[in-house]
Design a protein around this ligand. Structure first.
Ligand SMILES: Cc1cc2nc3c(=O)[nH]c(=O)nc-3n(C[C@H](O)[C@H](O)[C@H](O)COP(=O)(O)OP(=O)(O)OC[C@H]3O[C@@H](n4cnc5c(N)ncnc54)[C@H](O)[C@@H]3O)c2cc1C
Length: 508
C-alpha cells in the first residue's frame, strides 16, 4: 500500500462509452499546498532555482537542499513526475508515461533503494496468465505465436539490423555514455554511422529477412523511438543496443518487465517529500515564460509576471517545450537550430481495462494504428486485465482526444476484448511536454547533442532529452539532475565536514 493519498490532477484522461472522455485523474503526485515559499535570503536571491519537477528537477532539488542550499522548485503542473507519473483509478495503478525500471539503470535503482522500493516491484507480463501467446497481424490477418517464437523472430531481425560492425555494436559503441567518440572510437567513425536513418539501415539488410521478421523490426523501431523508421537515426538504436548490454535477449528485462508496484508517483513523492523535509520551497501550477541573466543573477519570470531570482538555475524543461521560453541573453544559434529540428518521438501510450484474463497476451500489428500490446496484470478485484499499448507517431491518423471511440477498433485488432475503460495521457497535446521521450533524426546527435548539454551562463540545462547515458529514460533524467546539482554546489560553495582553508589556492 502506498503511504500517499491520491488527489485529483488536471492531467490524464479516462474514456468510457457511458461517460465519454473525461479529463483529470487521481495520483499520489499532486502536491498540497501547491505553494510553499517563505522567502529567499540575500536580498531575495535564492542560491538555486530548479525549474521543473520531473525526475531531473526532483533529484537536483533534493541534492541541493540536502547540501544546505536555499532552493526553490518551480513547476507548471499540479504534480511531481513530469513525463513519468502514475494514476490511481478505482484501486488500479496505471503508468501514464515512464514506467519500466531495471537494475541496469543504476541511478534509478539507487533511488529506489534509498527510499526502500527496491523489492516493491511487479512484472508486466504474467507467465502462464490468460491468452499466453503473441498475436502478429501484418496485414494478412492475425496469427498466434508462442512468446518464444515471436522472440526468436524479433531477435533474428534485430541482430542482422544492428550488426553494423560485425560485433553487434561492441566495436562501434564500446562506451555508450561517451557514444560520440572516446578513447577507442573516433568522432569521425561515429559521424559516418549517424548519417544513417533506420530506414537506410533496413534497406541495407531487408533481403535477409522474412516478411514477418521485417514487420517485427519495422514496428520495434518506432515502438522504441516513438517516431518512424524514416525519421529515427540509426545511431539511436546503436546506443540502445550498447546500453542494454549488446543483447536483444535482455530487451524485455531492461525495457518492459519490472514496474514500481505502487507506481512511479510513489517514488517521485518520496524524493519530493525528502527534499521538503530538508527545507525545499516550491510553487506548483506556476508555468515560467522567461529566463533572464544580468550581472550573474538569473531571473525566472512566471506567466503571471512574478520574478524569482537566483544565483544558479537548473532548467529541466524538455526540448520540445524550450522554444516557448524566452532567454536573455538568447540561446546559442546552434542550440536554437537544434530546437527547431526538435526530437521525433510523438508516441501514444494507451491503457485499457478489459474483461477477463489477458495477462499473458502480447502482440504486434504492423502496419496499423497501434504497434504493440502488453497484458499488464489484473486490475483491482482480479476479474479484469490492465493492458498497455503503444502507437508510434499517429498525429493526424488517430487522435485519442478527438476520436477516443476509435481506440477500441485499433485495440481489438490485437485480440478480441471487451473494453471497460480506456486510460491515457496525451503527451503530444500536453503544453509542458509536447512530445514523448526524446529520440532524434539521423545526423542530429553528432551535430547538436554536445551543445544541448552545455550550460547557458548561470543556467544549467538538465533533462533526460540530452542525457549522456540513458537519454530518453528516467535514468537519464536522474543523471542530469544529479550532475547539475553537483555543478551548482561546486560553484555556490559546498563545505565538507572539515574544509581545509585555501586548499585550492595553496595547491595552485
Ligand atoms: C509514454 C512514455 C513512456 C515512457 N516509458 C519509459 C520507461 O518505461 N522507462 C524509462 O526509463 N523512461 C520512459 N520514458 C521516458 C521518461 O519518462 C522521461 O525520459 C523522463 O521522465 C524525463 O524526465 P525529465 O525530468 O528529464 O523531464 P520531464 O519529466 O519532462 O520534466 C520536466 C518538467 O518541467 C515542467 N515544465 C515544462 N515546461 C514548464 C514551464 N514553462 N514552466 C515550469 N515548468 C515546466 C514539466 O511540467 C515537467 O514536470 C517514457 C516517456 C513517455 C512519454
Amino acid at each position: 500500500m502506498s503511504p500517499y493519498h491520491a488527489n485529483l490532477s488536471n492531467d490524464g484522461y479516462i474514456y468510457t462509452k457511458k461517460d465519454g472522455l473525461v479529463s483529470g485523474l487521481h495520483t499520489y503526485g499532486v502536491i498540497k499546498p501547491e505553494s510553499h515559499i517563505r522567502q529567499a535570503d540575500d536580498g531575495n536571491v535564492w542560491e538555486a532555482i530548479v525549474v521543473g519537477a520531473g525526475y531531473a528537477g526532483l533529484v537536483a532539488a533534493r541534492d541541493l537542499v540536502k547540501a544546505g542550499k536555499k532552493t526553490l522548485l518551480i513547476e507548471a503542473r499540479d504534480r511531481v513526475g513530469g513525463r513519468t507519473w502514475s494514476a490511481e483509478v478505482n484501486g488500479t495503478t496505471f503508468e501514464m508515461g515512464g514506467t519500466w525500471v531495471s537494475h541496469v539503470h543504476g541511478r534509478l535503482f539507487g533511488e529506489m533503494q534509498r527510499y526502500g522500493l527496491q523489492d516493491e516491484v511487479s512484472m508486466t507480463r504474467t507467465q502462464n496468465g490468460g491468452c499466453d501467446y503473441f498475436t502478429l497481424d501484418t496485414g494478412s490477418g492475425s496469427r498466434k505465436f508462442t512468446h518464444k517464437e515471436a522472440g526468436e523472430m524479433t531477435a533474428k531481425a534485430w541482430n542482422i539490423f544492428i550488426d553494423i560492425d560485425g560485433s553487434k555494436c561492441r566495436d562501434i559503441c564500446p562506451l555508450p555514455h561517451s557514444a560520440l567518440g572516446n578513447s577507442r572510437v573516433s568522432f569521425n567513425e561515429i559521424q559516418a554511422i549517424d548519417k544513417l536513418s533506420c530506414r537506410d539501415r533496413i534497406d541495407q539488410i531487408k533481403d535477409q529477412l522474412t516478411p514477418d521478421e521485417l514487420a517485427l523490426l519495422e514496428s520495434l523501431v518506432p515502438h522504441c523511438g516513438g517516431g518512424s523508421v524514416e525519421n529515427i537515426g540509426f545511431l539511436e538504436m546503436v546506443r540502445a543496443q550498447a546500453l542494454q548490454n549488446y543483447d536483444i535477449a535482455t530487451f524485455e528485462e531492461v525495457w518492459t518487465l519490472y514496474k514500481i508496484r505502487e507506481g512511479q508517483s510513489t517514488l517521485a513523492r518520496r524524493i519530493f517529500d525528502d527534499a521538503a523535509r530538508l527545507g525545499l520551497q516550491w510553487t506548483f501550477k506556476t508555468p515560467i515564460k522567461s529566463i533572464i541573466e544580468k550581472d550573474g543573477i538569473v531571473s525566472v519570470v512566471t506567466t503571471n509576471d512574478k520574478i524569482l531570482r537566483a544565483k544558479r538555475v537548473v532548467n529541466t524543461i524538455p526540448i520540445a517545450v524550450l522554444p516557448d521560453i524566452h532567454f536573455d541573453p538568447p540561446l546559442s544559434p546552434l542550440r536554437q537550430e537544434a530546437l527547431k529540428i526538435n526530437q521525433v518521438d510523438y508516441l501514444t501510450k494507451i491503457h485499457a481495462e478489459v474483461e477477463g484474463d489477458l495477462r499473458g497476451l502480447r502482440g504486434c500489428t504492423w502496419p496499423g494504428d497501434f504497434l504493440y500490446i502488453y497484458g499488464d496484470g489484473f486490475c483491482a478485484g482480479g476479474k479484469s486485465t490492465r493492458i498497455t499499448s503503444f502507437a508510434g507517431d499517429n498525429r493526424g491518423i488517430l487522435d485519442p482526444l478527438k476520436e477516443p471511440e476509435k481506440l477500441e477498433i485499433a485495440l481489438k485488432r490485437f485480440h478480441p476484448m471487451e473494453i471497460k475503460k480506456v486510460v491515457f495521457h496525451d503527451w503530444v497535446s500536453d503544453p509542458y511536454a509536447k512530445a514523448g521521450a526524446a529520440w532524434y533524426p539521423a545526423g542530429f546527435l553528432t551535430k547538436y547533442l554536445p551543445e544541448l548539454q552545455k550550460r547557458h551562463g548561470n543556467v544549467l540545462m538538465a533533462n533526460a532529452d540530452w542525457a549522456r547515458g540513458w537519454k530518453g529514460f528516467i535514468e537519464g533524467a536522474m543523471e542530469q539532475g544529479a550532475l547539475a546539482a553537483d555543478t551548482v554546489l561546486n560553484e555556490v560553495g559546498l563545505y565538507g565536514a572539515n574544509p581545509i582553508p585555501n586548499l585550492y589556492s595553496s595547491v595552485l
